[in-house]
Write a protein that binds this ligand. Structure first.
Ligand SMILES: [Zn+2]
Ligand SMILES: [Zn+2]
Length: 263
């Protein structure tokens, strides 16, 4: 499996992806909003885009579908429940469906509601797993729930699915928000030395060669995985005096998501 992360350079800071089989040269394009860049990259690599997958129905993820399909004849895949919101869907995905790319690549669809209620993440079946997580999980952050999502579902997705993946899992999110998100982590947990050092490393990074984090790193720098951290809880209790001394993880997550909305 070869993964190309494509930086769009747009105002929304989207990342697009090509996932290719190194034997057949067939490729799957994930959320290829910048269709020109994705087609050019595939051509430069000698790849043929045979499938397009949308992690969810928002336009900054689906906006390139028509152009890619017109240019390549690729099949369009997304969550089965996105059939009314994504035109031209060829294959509706359900939890644990497997997507094959060429002869060597297998990707598993995870049903990951929260940012929207028709959101899939892709988990590769490789020695080192890779997670293509759209707007559910970002580097050092979590998706918002403003446009068709629910914070409680997002918590369940984090706690019951994402947090249980192997620590070595590589994280490929739908946007480059890492600097803002690390600043939020540090606002909530000022003594997080790891977040401070990663912020120093990525502040001036070229998004064309962005840091690819792992789940292990996310558990250190992503507030939404740090629900038992004493300093996260202490600063949260300052902001929300009604919180009990030992709030449960779900309550902490929901309060953090709420604070992030107005941060
Ligand atoms: Zn979105
Ligand atoms: Zn997005």
């Amino acid at each position: 499996m070869i993964v190309d992360q494509i930086w769009t350079g747009n105002a929304y800071r989207n990342f697009n992806y090509l996932i290719a089989c190194d034997e057949s040269g067939e490729a799957l394009a994930v959320d290829p909003l910048d269709h020109e860049k994705c087609l050019a990259r595939a051509q430069a690599r000698g790849w043929r885009i045979t499938q397009v997958l949308n992690t969810h129905e928002h336009f900054d993820h689906t906006g390139g579908n028509a152009a890619i399909v017109a240019a390549t004849g690729a099949k369009l895949l997304a969550h089965a429940n996105a059939k009314d919101s994504i035109p031209g869907l060829d294959r509706g995905l359900r939890a644990h469906d497997v997507i094959k790319v060429g002869r060597t690549v297998e990707l598993e669809a995870l049903d990951t509601p929260g940012h929207t209620m028709a959101h899939v993440c892709l988990l590769s079946h490789t020695d080192t797993p890779a997670l293509f997580c759209g707007d559910t999980l970002f580097n050092a952050g979590a998706g918002n729930c403003h446009h068709g999502g629910h914070p409680a579902e997002l918590y369940a997705t984090f706690a019951h699915q994402l947090a249980r993946l192997p620590d070595t899992t590589l994280i490929y999110p739908g946007h480059d928000y890492i600097v803002n998100n690390l600043n939020f982590t540090l606002a909530r947990e000022p003594d997080n030395a790891r977040a401070q050092s990663v912020l120093g490393a990525v502040r001036e990074q070229d998004p064309n060669a962005a840091l690819v984090s792992t789940l292990a790193l996310e558990k250190e720098i992503n507030t939404f995985f740090r629900l038992h951290s004493p300093s996260v809880i202490a600063t949260l209790r300052e902001a929300c005096p009604d919180l009990p001394e030992q709030p449960d993880a779900r309550t902490v997550f929901l309060k953090l998501r709420e604070l992030r909305n107005s941060w």
